[in-house]
Design a protein around this ligand. Sequence first.
Ligand code: ZN
Length: 258
Amino acid sequence: MILKTEGVILRVLPYSRTSLLADCLTRDAGRIWLLAKGAQRPKSQFLGQLDLFYTCEVLFYQRASRVLILKEAAALTTREALRTDWRAAACASYFCDFTAQVTPPGVPHEDLFALLEAALDTLAQRGASPGLLCWYELAALKMLGFGVSLARCPLCGQDPAPGALRLKVSSRQGGVLCRRCQDRNPGDATFDITAGTLALLRAWDAEISPQTAANTVPSPAQLAEMQAVLTGFTAYHLDLQLRSRDLALTLIRTPVAR
Ligand SMILES: [Zn+2]
């Protein structure tokens, strides 16, 4: 059966002397490997239509195989800024790497597809920012069923932060612990955050669009707290410690040369 759908290109690898293999997260068929035969030839129909971070319309034969033959591809969104803005490109590489790690082949996940498109669009329009990276991770964790419980203590369901200035977040328990549950579970590995950091996390967690997070500049201390929580959650629940994330964070922090 021939299927036509949209897909974001997560990785592109050379295959033989003339062809390319593209790891593609499609809207309807999940993540698939597409073989673009002859894509490296000068007059290939795929020239300019298929590249990293593009959203393309792809047409392929659907069958039980690890690699599917791509018949046609047309670039829909090319996100040209990601070819020249190296901070944004590093961040885009991390988002694509993360997506490739958490999506098993052939399983449709429309929410993660929409999340990746929104994050890449914002990167191309506004550049990289620590807020955007945090927003993406919060949203991805939620879509994968491991959202950080920020409004309710995951153990007793109470508001964990009435009047508290400092709080503890447990990746094992899945969120911000109230004082009573903290005392009952003293052995849990936890992260300390301030009430200000919790307020930011709650605001971003509630946003469907990345615009607010991309516009906010947290203090270095707040950023360190948020990143510790998100590192802890992705490592504990998704077993992910990606080099691409470290690289993106390092580049975002590097001052721009003038
Ligand atoms: Zn509690």
